[in-house]
Design a protein around this ligand. Sequence first.
Ligand code: SF4
Length: 374
Amino acid sequence: MEAGKLKTFYDIRVLLFRGEDLHYTLASRIVDKISLSGAKTLCYKDEEELGRYIETFRNIYDSKEVLILKEFPGRKFQKCPGSPGVICCNYYLLNTCFNCLYDCTYCFLNSYLNSYGITQFINLDKLHESIFEHASDASRMYRIGTGEFTDSLMMDEITGIAENLIMRTSRHRNIFLEFKTKSDCVDHLLPIKEKGSTVLAWTLNTPVNISRYEKDTASLDSRVDAAAKAGDAGFYLAFHFDPIITYDGFLNDYDSVLNKLSENINPGKVVWVSLGCFRYSPGFKDIIKHKYRDSVLTCEEMFPGVDGKYRYLKKRRIEIYSFFYKKLRALFPLAYVYFCMESADVWYSVTGNDFASSDELEAAMGHSLRSNFL
Ligand code: SF4
């Protein structure tokens, strides 16, 4: 019932890059390796020519089969925008890539209708400097991740982004760098000696939901096995049950996933677990219906909340989160369990925590990290 084969860098069919960008370590690593894949490799000289290539390839290749190497002109470090009217965790994002090899039905990247190809940013040699520039208060715990607009590890053994960042930041124990994935690509990271406060994180779901909605990702067993290896090698771990998607018997299946985790994972390594019920922005339902015609993802009745996003009814969400929260507290007592983009009253109903702001949540998480893991 689980997803098929994991898609990798070697499934890329076209690589587009500028010859003058080969002085970037990341660009030269990718160009070197792509020759092993049989992919078509093309040089573009400017944005205009790149645009012409894209228009030609749109009708031939799927967007996720085309890798475009580009400089990123914008902010590489930013605060997660969160959502208005809900409690967020003050997470920080590193922009390293836009789009993903995998094809999750619920992925918000599906909203970017005109975007084509996987854009890998290449001017990342000094990415660690952006971290130090912003995460400069040694008394504060920073949680920073690369997995907002892509999967952090889907081709990391080629790009080397994680290893470079880990080696540069490992002495700063208050910087919890998180690499979030639905792959099992960790073997290249295991030998790193100084791991600092690096967190390798897996988004998990039931085999039913993986099979229905997470095309081209690793199976649940492969993800858990990879997480166990990472924990044994000395990395901190995190898990994200997001999105939790309902169907007949879904809670029994999530219960089995949690049992599988506790049987395989050292609980002392798990720094946080997030929970988020499936939600979507207005307009997203039409995109899903158009792109994934047979999908049952948006069949359940959902209702708009304070931030305009559609969610399951609050009563149902509280029941679901209460089930997870109780079990997770028992299995992983050191981990901080939090909700992604939920209202203060949902927080209070499930946990008894009466957070008035996102800063209060951040402070509580910081306290948990400092007292349990440093
Ligand atoms: S793994 Fe993440 S970024 Fe990739 S398609 Fe799935 S939800 Fe989107």
